[in-house]
Write a protein that binds this ligand. Sequence first.
Ligand SMILES: C[S@@+](CC[C@H](N)C(=O)[O-])C[C@H]1O[C@@H](n2cnc3c(N)ncnc32)[C@H](O)[C@@H]1O
Length: 212
Amino acid sequence: MTDDRTTHWDNRYAGAEPQSLSWFEAAPALSLRLIGQAAGPEASVIDMGGGASRMPDALLEAGYKDITVLDLSAEALALSRAQLGERAAAVDWQVADVTHWQPARRYDLWHDRAVFHFLTDAGDRAAYARALNSALAPGGTAIIMSFADDGPERCSGLPVQRYAPEDLVEEIDRLLPGLFEVKETGRFAHMTPGGAEQRFQYTVFQKRAGTG
Ligand SMILES: C[S@@+](CC[C@H](N)C(=O)[O-])C[C@H]1O[C@@H](n2cnc3c(N)ncnc32)[C@H](O)[C@@H]1O
């Protein structure tokens, strides 16, 4: 239901102040740490479902030069571009639904904060996995952050699939058997602008060298 999804997210972002959205994070410190541990500024990075986050700004500040932000909401990307001003020209912006996206190239690093957990349909998760496999270079790293098993049951009015780190590892291995080595897992709490705590997990996967 790509069209319904797109409408939902466009409505969510249209006219919104990014800092008022429940998933707003002033500085993506954990993401930057995990990205920096995996790959230096010469790496190509895709922020999957990047929305209007501060991630492209933070990556540019950290010296990354090959940055792609993909989101199904053109409204989200318009907000993200506006936040960057002239520096937006340094980023590749792609409006697409990950479950239908056919990547035209490969990336060293895939970052997903709070996107995979919206895929409550098994077919959509399989499509996400196909996109992940074709977009990620062998040896590359995928960082997936989702609501944890003790996190909220909904986000932005939509149901989510929650994961303990080991559940996410199991699901990704079921979808892409043997493709990844797990480098790190952990949990963290996100404080929404309204002061609510949301429990997340993160997992860092490295695609094995020599895979397709
Ligand atoms: C909770 S927000 C998180 C945004 C951003 N990653 C962050 O941390 O601020 C989820 C984002 O995923 C995007 N999204 C949801 N489903 C998607 C899909 N199937 N393909 C691409 N983007 C999607 C939404 O438009 C939204 O921007």
